[in-house]
Ligand binder design. Structure first.
Ligand SMILES: Nc1nc2c(ncn2[C@@H]2O[C@H](COP(=O)(O)OP(=O)(O)OP(=O)(O)O)[C@@H](O)[C@H]2O)c(=O)[nH]1
Length: 384
């Protein structure tokens, strides 16, 4: 059987579990996950190789395939320039795709369960519903907004009902009926991304929908995202988890220096080599900067030390991490600044800078140092 290959875009409202699903399928943390909506800001590609599984009497089988999974920011009505950029990422992901997974969090907007559930299940459903409502007042208008995107697509769309671990079983059928009355989906698959439930079936059905074709990426490549971008995301994740109120949404992380060790071999004293990283955390106001730094730098230290552990395990080296906090007023309204945050743009800038440095070095016949100042520090604070 010929190889199937293609792009599957994962879309849905904020907090539906898109990044959790991507990570679960790849068996590796590629996208950061938090309980806060709008965690994902850019589209993230993860490459999944699936071996062939032969068809039997009880198993529909699966063709050998390479699936490029594209995680996207949550679908929401844009208010700021940053929102607009995030929604542009969603639209871009929908343009170049073969299949779309529309992820719905089943703990939102449960249909009236009265007649269908036992009293125990009913109480459980009420509890989940109340929790869901507290977590985020998700309105019908927002559902409709996400569905409008789906309705415009001409490729197969699979409805993926996520978080079924948090739903009484009997509440599932009415939900399926509700969603399928709104749109004709290619398939409906209930899953729990968190508990790894239903994921094989989702992959089987999706692989069969992909066209025959060549690989888009080498067999062992997990993502097209450079490590320095993943590092920035891990730092942002800690800010999201450790700070409250508006701060997480007003924070952006830019890696200013990323020096890999010359060799991955252990040093003579048996220690792993060191990667040196300097990152700037941008916020919009001095008050937010003060929160991120914390009392005598305590919050910044916490962000740094928790992020460092994750970065070390991702890179397989020790990490020397320096964090700086900088204020860039109203950056979420600045198109230019937001464009500079895009890792693709940053890669271009680094390449241009290296090219300039090389030229300069050639003309001087000397060595030129990377000065890490391309984003212009307005203010800075050491990790301590
Ligand atoms: N109970 C349960 N929780 C889940 C499941 N999948 C995800 N979650 C939780 O839902 C929250 C949001 O998960 P994310 O993966 O960040 O959601 P997302 O759709 O990528 O969110 P955005 O980045 O805001 O678009 C996190 O707290 C997850 O742990 C699931 O299958 N079951």
């Amino acid at each position: 059987m010929a190889l199937r290959s293609g792009f599957i875009s994962i879309i849905g409202r904020p907090n539906a579990g898109k990044s959790t699903l991507l990570n679960a399928l790849l068996g590796q943390k590629l996208a950061i996950v938090t309980h806060k909506p709008q965690t994902t800001r850019t589209r993230i590609q993860g490459v999944l190789e699936l071996p062939v599984r032969k068809k039997t009497k009880t198993d529909g089988g699966r063709p050998a395939s390479q699936i490029v999974l594209v995680d996207t920011p949550g679908v929401h009505k844009p208010e700021t320039q940053l929102d607009k950029r995030m929604m542009q990422e969603v639209h871009d992901a929908l343009e170049s795709r073969d299949v779309v997974w529309f992820i719905v969090d089943v703990t939102h907007r449960l249909p009236e369960p009265k007649k269908l559930l036992t009293s125990e299940e009913f109480a459980e459903a009420r509890k989940i519903r109340t929790l869901g409502q507290h977590r985020r007042a998700l309105s019908k208008a927002e559902d409709d907004f996400a569905l409008q995107l789906v309705k415009k697509l001409d490729c197969p769309v699979i409805l993926v009902l996520n978080k079924i671990d948090a739903l009484p079983k009997s509440a599932l059928l009415p939900l399926i009926a509700h969603w399928t009355s709104l749109h004709e989906f290619a398939d409906v698959i209930p899953i729990s991304a968190k508990k790894n439930d239903g994921l094989e079936l989702l992959l089987d059905k999706s692989a069969r929908l992909l066209p025959e074709g060549q690989r888009y990426f080498p067999k062992d490549q997990l993502t097209d995202q450079p490590e320095r971008f993943l590092v920035a995301e891990l730092i942002r994740e800690k800010i999201l988890l450790l700070t409250g109120e508006e701060v997480p949404y007003a924070a952006a992380v830019v890696i200013e220096r990323f020096e890999e060790p010359a060799s991955l071999k252990k040093t003579k004293d048996g220690k792993l080599p060191v990667t040196k990283i300097a990152a700037a955390i941008f916020v919009e106001r001095n008050g937010q900067k003060a929160i991120i730094i914390g009392n005598q730098g305590s919050m910044l230290k916490k962000i740094g030390s928790t992020a460092r552990k994750d970065i070390e395990s991702m890179l397989g080296t020790r990490v020397f991490l320096e964090l700086f906090v900088k204020v860039q007023e109203e950056w979420r309204a600045s198109r230019g600044f937001i464009e500079d945050l895009d890792w693709r743009r940053q890669l271009e800038q680094i390449a241009e800078k290296q090219h300039r440095n090389n030229k300069l070095a050639d003309s001087r016949n000397g060595i030129s140092e990377f000065d890490g100042s391309e984003f212009g520090a307005s203010d800075s604070e050491d990790e301590g």
